[in-house]
Design a protein around this ligand. Structure first.
Ligand code: CA
Length: 240
């Protein structure tokens, strides 16, 4: 299976599920079926899944709830599929952390194109193999993951608290992906997080004051309503 991209198809309609998996197979993907959130949990727990295609309308837990729940634990790319072609649903889906959105009915080739586009984008987010600590660059800044140092565009070191560093590292490793507040909260000092739920917003505003050109009008760390935050710059790796 190494080298093959593994897609989880979460769809309760067996005919649509089969059609999607067949099309994905024809385009060189490995596809596994799940018809509920629980079945998806089992898949995610047992296998490496590279992307989730998630139907909005499912019996029991719906796609939005599943999306939000998965996003707290994982950065796996998610494409929401729905019969409801409303702008509101699209926006809600993206705020819940979906990477893209496809209204039904769709041409299976459109699904393949969307999957490839999302994977291309998300691969920018997995530039850092765990065994090779490296330096990540964004907007002229350098973040040294091994030494936990941040340097501004003029090369001047900018001290970060441990919570700020953890958040910035998570942003740099998952650029252009909505990171849920709960997920970020887990990266901040646990005791502080438990005492003070808004601490994540406090850490983010401190971080913004350190790295944003205009902290009042942030362009690097954007707030996503009800969802969390997204780090917008292109992040590249520099071998340390
Ligand atoms: Ca359905």
């Amino acid at each position: 299976m190494q080298g093959l991209t593994h897609i989880a198809v979460v769809e309760d309609d067996p005919a649509i599920s089969r059609m999607m998996r067949q099309c994905l197979g024809e385009h060189g993907f490995v596809a596994s079926a799940a018809s509920t959130g629980n079945e998806l949990d089992t898949l995610l727990a047992g296998e490496r899944i590279d992307l989730v295609v998630l139907d909005l309308g499912l019996p029991g837990e719906d796609g939005l709830s599943i999306c939000r729940r998965i996003r707290v634990q994982s950065g796996v790319p998610i494409i929401m599929v729905t019969a409801l072609d409303g702008e509101t649903d699209r926006i809600v889906g993206l705020e819940m952390g979906a990477d893209d959105y496809l209204p039904k009915p769709f041409n299976p080739r459109e699904l393949v194109a969307r999957i490839r586009a999302v994977l291309r984008r998300s691969h920018h987010g997995t530039l850092v193999p765990a065994q090779h600590p490296s330096v990540l660059c964004f907007d002229g800044w350098r973040l040294d993951l091994a030494r936990r140092d941040l340097f501004d565009p003029s090369g001047v070191p900018r001290p970060l608290s441990s919570g700020e560093f953890n958040i910035l590292a998570a942003f740099c490793q998952n650029p252009r992906t909505v990171l849920a507040r709960d997920f970020l909260l887990g990266l901040v000092h646990a005791r502080m997080a438990a005492v003070f739920d808004r601490s994540i917003d406090v850490q983010i505003s401190r971080l913004r004051r350190k790295i944003e050109p205009h902290a009042g009008q942030p362009t690097l760390i954007k707030t996503v309503r009800n969802g969390g935050y997204v780090f917008t710059p292109l992040v590249t790796a520099l071998d340390a």
